[in-house]
Write a protein that binds this ligand. Structure first.
Ligand SMILES: Cc1cc2nc3c(=O)[nH]c(=O)nc-3n(C[C@H](O)[C@H](O)[C@H](O)COP(=O)(O)OP(=O)(O)OC[C@H]3O[C@@H](n4cnc5c(N)ncnc54)[C@H](O)[C@@H]3O)c2cc1C
Length: 435
């Protein structure tokens, strides 16, 4: 199956006659796919624009100084130590020519493939709300989280120097979107403000506020009503102002305007309201569905291109209950299914349709509070929910060092009510000394 041209254009040195599998994205789907190809007689190249795999469910904890960036990221090459049929390429995929089976990169020669697995994830979607793209803080990547952390801490420093800035919203954070990410970061911000109260005894940190805005009439859409009510109750009891049935009409550098005309002065809008498929989906020239996702066949392949699979947030697939959510288990199960399909085809068998097994969902509000909805109708809340949330996230993190670092940070934060990562880390170009 491997073509001669593939041997000249790919960077692999051990390719021989083995089929080439290119996996675009080293996230939840891409890593799971490459791991699932371990025992197949193929050579795999994982391409990612970064050299690390990010554990996005804990990204908000980096933004709120509970964890450091290295705690939730793992070097992609390191993940595949010991898996000899995988190589990694750090490059941004700029396009895919489906007819000539060629992946275009921003650096280096293109990659030719026999099989392609597209798992480039999703990007923030401002839904065209004026000013959000310019003034909002997305939370989709480690640079996003670091930018938000720096910005938050800097605004406390500035308000400490000039307390008049509090009235201008320097200590006010508006969070858009009442899904798990919006709920989790709102609860974490309330906890961070408590810590900052000790850092800035001369500043009235009691005036720092979090406003969580959700256009629906409940938080955590898709969760059971009792979980939604618990999240709402807990957030409000922790000082978060929750505005349901409210839309953001405009984001400006100095505030946010809501659809009822009211304005909240703020310098910080966290946009957790929506995502769409990675723009790579737009350049493939194939049918796209909801949120720009690539419409796939029931085996996750692209119609007309049985050698191309799209998985995770980029894929627009449905099961009997409708479209699948953009969550990590969908990406990981899709990845394993794509690998199974490749194995079947190599063995001369036909593919089976993808079936997603929903193992439940979780969201935490913070200390001693999380909602967890597990199989068999099991629902946990409060401390039991929180402990199950902590345990599951620890288990799912990639790498023993990351698990140990996260556990240590969590234990430290819990015992001391501290946030050890509350440092403003200027990058080159941000510092006043950089000229
Ligand atoms: C803040 C946040 C919190 C979340 N919380 C949860 C949660 O609690 N539970 C849950 O199940 N899910 C959660 N999710 C969703 C979950 O992370 C995604 O559904 C999952 O990551 C999708 O996997 P993926 O492989 O499709 O994409 P990703 O895991 O995002 O991986 C995409 C990879 O592609 C790379 N990439 C992108 N574009 C290119 C390009 N052009 N060239 C090369 N590489 C590229 C990226 O660098 C990235 O490594 C959360 C997401 C976010 C952002």
């Amino acid at each position: 199956m491997a073509r001669d041209s593939a041997k000249t254009l790919t960077t692999r040195t051990t390719s021989g006659e083995r089929p080439q599998v290119v996996v675009v994205g080293g996230g939840f789907g891409g890593v799971a796919a490459a791991q699932a190809l371990r025992s197949l007689p193929v050579d795999v190249t994982v391409v990612d624009r970064d050299n690390y795999h990010g554990f996005w469910p804990l990204l908000y904890q980096v933004a709120t100084a509970a964890l450091g960036p290295g705690d939730i990221a793992h070097n992609i090459r390191g993940i595949f130590w010991g898996q000899t049929n995988v190589d990694a390429r750090m490059a941004t995929v700029t396009g895919v020519d489906l007819d000539s089976r060629r992946v275009e990169l921003d650096t280096g020669p293109p990659l030719l493939y026999d099989w392609l697995i597209l798992a480039a994830g999703s990007v923030n979607d401002s839904f065209g709300v004026p000013g959000v793209a310019e003034n909002g803080f997305p939370l989709k990547s480690l640079p996003d989280a670091m930018a938000l952390r720096n910005h938050l801490l800097e605004h406390f420093e500035r308000a400490h120097t000039d307390p008049g800035l509090v009235d201008a919203g320097f200590l006010t954070v508006v969070v858009a979107g009442g899904g798990p990410t919006g709920v989790e970061i709102s609860g974490a911000l309330a906890e961070l403000f408590r810590v900052l109260g000790r850092d800035f005894p001369g500043l009235d940190v009691g005036r720092a506020s979090v406003v969580l805005v959700e256009m629906g009439d409940h938080l955590l859409n898709g969760f059971h009503a009792s979980s939604q009510a618990e999240a709402l109750r807990t957030l409000r009891s922790r000082g978060v102002e929750v505005r349901l049935g409210t839309r953001i009409a405009e984001a400006r550098p100095d505030g946010v305007t809501f659809d009822d005309g009211s304005v909240v002065p703020t310098k910080t809008l966290v946009w957790a309201a929506g995502v769409r498929a990675n723009p790579l989906a737009d350049v493939l020239g194939v049918e796209q569905g909801r949120s720009g996702t690539v419409v796939v066949a029931d085996d996750l392949s692209v119609p007309g291109h049985p050698e191309v699979f799209v998985i995770g947030d980029m894929a627009g697939f449905a099961n009997a209950k409708g479209p699948l959510p953009m969550v990590a288990p969908v990406a990981q199960q899709g990845a394993r299914h794509a690998a199974t399909c490749i194995r079947a085809r190599l063995d001369g068998r036909s593919n089976r349709p993808f079936r997603y097994r929903d193992k439940g969902k979780m969201a935490t509000v913070g200390r001693h509070s999380a909602v967890a909805e597990l199989p068999l109708g099991i629902r946990l809340g409060g401390t039991p929910g929180w402990l199950s949330w902590l345990g599951l996230h620890l288990v799912l993190l990639v790498g023993a060092r990351n698990r140990a670092a996260v556990l240590l940070n969590w234990a430290w934060n819990y015992v001391t009510w501290d946030r050890g990562n509350r440092i403003i880390l200027r990058l080159r170009g941000d510092s006043p000394d950089d000229g």
